[in-house]
Ligand binder design. Structure first.
Ligand code: KIV
Length: 276
């Protein structure tokens, strides 16, 4: 468990066992996820929605992503850490994409970067791979450009749209991506892509046939209450537990039950008397 997972390890898992991946944006959750033996941790731009209270992932930039990625890599001993390239870092500024990808590796100690599909995706991915930075692709529902693909909807639902996804997947593999996120894709299309590729597919809302699965950790822990997509399974409702604990604290402070003796420092009576 102490050995750090490499890109080669991830490639070798295809067809042998399912790959696990979760998001993390800070030290405590990254540490718990790593101790649970999850294979890959994504410092996702979903930090915008689930931590920063923003309404779009396009609203986080390199400054925020590097800050969060550093906190994650400080905690992780085992998992492969993937830094999610924010919108401005490669879609708004394609010429800056290699420099920004390098910042994830050199400044934040990530092991790889992830890029969502967009018009110039192939050119940008090629440059990043040429710079020897391990790259993970992301096709299907790409939240950074949701406005250009009909909104937050399942993608590849007819033969023509599905064919485009298959072609994107093959092109990204050819360029040297080491894995591919498939988001909100019909399960049978994810199965076709998974069978066609030698690199592993990691699904989110893409069914059981992918080589691995990723979820936003705050969704599975019940820590994000604004909306819950169909593909999310909430394993625990931490929001309810946290709310209850905070209300209990408030009540105990008001009722002078906290701090009790066990949480209080004391001074000897004789020392106190010297002050009188
Ligand atoms: O930012 C993110 O959390 C992601 C996952 C949904 C794959 O890109």
């Amino acid at each position: 468990m102490d050995k750090k997972i490499t890109v080669q390890d991830i490639l070798g898992m295809k067809g042998k066992r399912k790959i696990t991946m979760l998001t993390a944006y800070d030290f405590p959750l990254a540490s718990l996820i790593d101790k649970a033996g999850i294979d890959m941790i994504l410092v996702g731009d979903s930090v915008a929605n689930v931590v920063l209270g923003l309404d779009s992932t396009t609203k986080v930039g390199m400054t925020e992503m590097i800050h969060h990625a550093k906190a994650v890599t400080r905690a992780v001993k085992h998992a492969l850490v993937v830094g999610d390239m924010p919108y401005e870092s490669y879609q708004l500024n394609p010429k800056e994409s290699v420099k920004n990808a390098k910042r994830f590796i050199e400044e934040a100690s990530c092991d790889a970067v992830k890029l969502e599909w967009f018009q110039q995706c192939l050119e940008v991915t090629q440059e990043i791979v040429k710079a020897k930075i391990p790259a993970m692709g992301h096709i299907g529902l790409t939240p950074q450009t949701a406005d250009k693909i009909g909104g937050f909807k399942v993608q590849g639902k007819d033969a023509e749209a599905a064919q485009k996804l298959i072609e994107q997947a093959i092109a990204l593999e050819k360029l040297g991506c080491f894995s591919l996120v498939l988001e909100c894709v019909p399960d049978k299309i994810a199965q076709i892509i998974t069978k066609k590729l030698k690199i592993p597919t990691i699904g989110i809302g893409a069914g059981l046939y992918c080589d691995g699965q990723v979820l936003v950790t705050h969704d599975l822990l019940g820590l994000f209450e604004r909306f819950k997509p169909k593909f999310v399974k909430q394993y625990v409702n931490l929001s309810a537990l946290i709310q209850k604990a905070i209300e209990e604290y408030k009540k105990e402070v008001i009722e002078e039950k906290f701090p009790s003796r066990e949480h209080t420092f004391t001074i000897k009576e004789e020392e106190l008397r010297k002050l009188e």
